[in-house]
Design a protein around this ligand. Structure first.
Ligand code: FUL
Length: 489
């Protein structure tokens, strides 16, 4: 009897469960509670451009026969035997880069003198003719191996202008030669993240035409995550000067159809970009740590103050800083440069490792649904979490930071846009306790205001966005103290 009872119980339970399952499956689907991200505003960066942008500071290495002749531009007549670094150690270059927080190193595989730092099959004007490693050396290979061991990426510079090769000036023959070398470099050395096409071109062969389109297509065929640098991109554009300074207004957007390589009249356009540009083509600011690009005994590295000025005017203006650090005749980066780079990295860490915005409450003019609140601006993610205002909001957008306790004391304001959804802000201002301390135009990936007034103190900071191509999306903000900034000295 007891057995029959418990069997009945089991059957009842089964029926009830079935009823509840069928009931729940007839319910309407669960409510969607997460607001989707806003639509992007075109153009957008590619995957490789985004990766490039986040590197902030990268390194250039000019090295070759000029290192041994004390010249900046070789004539092309140099004897390869003069290239003889006494103790070349690419690990020391890479270690220097790592200590300086650098994740990409670009080497001049061939400069204008035509001397190749790798044993190219297509010329004898290379390391093959050098006593270094008995003619069996390969600087590109040594750097690639050293960098790989430390997780650093590689870029290569292959000068189009060649003052040595006899084919230069005969367009078809030289383009074949150049393309052959490009293939050697991009097929045999693993992943290459940036290729540098220098616009410099001497007057020795006025009719020489470079087949840029063939070169670019070949590059993209051989490397999947590479950025092509030139005056006109297509991956990264030149900033228009060799001082390391971007325009105070600097759009990553520009019209590529208005650009051409080696055209000096475009310098201002390259420097500022174009708010109406239909192409995403951010700027790279190339500058040398010393006066020259190549190492010269008589030259010393720039001061920390000069390097910081460059940093604020490049990284702080939505660009990448490509800092040249030339190896010397020993094949090493000089101690004075190593020291200066350490100081430079140390200074950047000192300035930006603490953020007073984290000691504040943050209010905003409006907020687009859940997931887009002001807390996203201090969460450490500089790209994919951001504050977004309501689409319908028509007034000026603002962010107000109020100190929890003590007065805020700072001299740098950092603002970053969520550029994965396009560059938007055209004009913005910063106020401390109601007094304007900074007035700016574009923001982009990173805008740094080093305050002209020096250190300011106050309880509230308001960032007003007074012009933008679409609702501004702010991924990060910072209030920092830069002990190296003395505007009145
Ligand atoms: C210029 C070249 O002429 C310089 O020698 C250097 O390589 C610099 C980065 O680009 O156009």
């Amino acid at each position: 009897m007891a057995k029959t009872k418990s069997l009945c119980k089991i059957i009842m339970l089964f029926i009830l469960t079935q009823i509840s399952i069928s009931n729940s499956s007839s319910l309407t689907p669960p409510q969607v509670t997460v607001t989707p991200p806003p639509l992007p505003i075109l153009p957008l960066p590619t995957f490789s451009q985004l990766k490039w942008q986040q590197r902030e500071v990268i390194m250039f290495h000019h090295f070759g026969v000029n290192t041994f002749t004390d010249r900046e531009w070789g004539t092309g007549d140099e004897n390869p035997a003069i290239f003889n670094p006494t103790s070349l150690d690419a690990n020391q270059w890479v270690e220097t880069a790592v200590q300086a927080g650098i994740s990409l190193m670009i080497l001049t595989a061939k400069h204008h003198d035509g001397f190749c730092l790798w044993p190219s099959k297509y010329t004898d004007h290379s390391v093959i003719g050098s006593p270094w490693r008995n003619g069996k050396g390969d600087v590109v290979r040594e750097l690639v191996n050293a960098a790989k061991a430390r997780g650093v990426d590689i870029g290569l510079y292959l000068s189009p202008w060649d003052r040595h090769d006899h084919r230069y000036g005969r367009t078809k023959a030289y383009n074949e030669y150049y393309l052959a070398q490009l293939q050697e470099l991009l097929k045999n050395y693993g992943s290459v993240r940036e290729i540098w096409f220098d616009g410099a071109k001497g007057a020795n062969a006025p009719n020489m035409t470079y087949y840029f389109n063939d070169w670019f297509e070949m590059v993209n065929e051989l490397q999947g995550t590479i950025n092509i640098f030139s005056d006109a991109g297509p991956g990264v554009r030149w900033v228009g000067n060799e001082k390391g300074f971007a325009g105070t207004t600097c759009w990553s957007t520009i019209n590529r159809t208005s650009l051409s390589i080696g055209n000096g009249s475009l310098i201002n356009y390259l420097n500022t970009g174009d708010s109406k540009g239909t192409d995403w083509l951010p700027s790279e600011c190339d500058v040398s740590i010393r006066k020259g690009w190549f190492w010269h005994k008589s030259q010393a590295p720039k001061t920390l103050t000069e390097l910081l000025e460059i940093y604020y005017n490049s990284v702080g203006r939505n660009c990448l800083l490509l800092l040249n650090v030339p190896p010397n005749t020993k094949g090493l980066i000089s101690d004075s440069d190593v020291m200066r780079l350490k100081e430079f990295r140390g200074a950047i860490e000192t300035i930006f490792s603490s953020n007073l915005a984290e000691n504040c409450s943050i209010k905003v003019s409006s907020q687009r649904g859940g997931g887009f609140g002001p807390e996203n601006m201090i969460d450490g993610d500089h790209l994919w979490t951001y504050w977004a205002p309501m689409d319908e909001y028509t007034g000026h957008h603002w962010i107000k930071l109020t100190a929890f306790k003590e007065k805020l004391k700072f001299n740098v304001v950092r603002i970053q846009e969520a550029i994965g959804l396009g560059q938007r802000i055209k004009r913005h201002q910063v106020y401390v306790d109601g007094v304007k301390v900074a007035d700016g135009t574009t923001v982009g990936y990173k805008k740094l205001h080093r305050l002209e007034k020096g250190v300011v103190e106050g309880y509230s900071v308001k960032i007003k966005i007074i012009g933008s191509r679409a609702s501004p999306l702010i991924s990060s903000i910072g209030l920092h103290f830069d002990p190296f900034w003395h505007p009145y000295s």
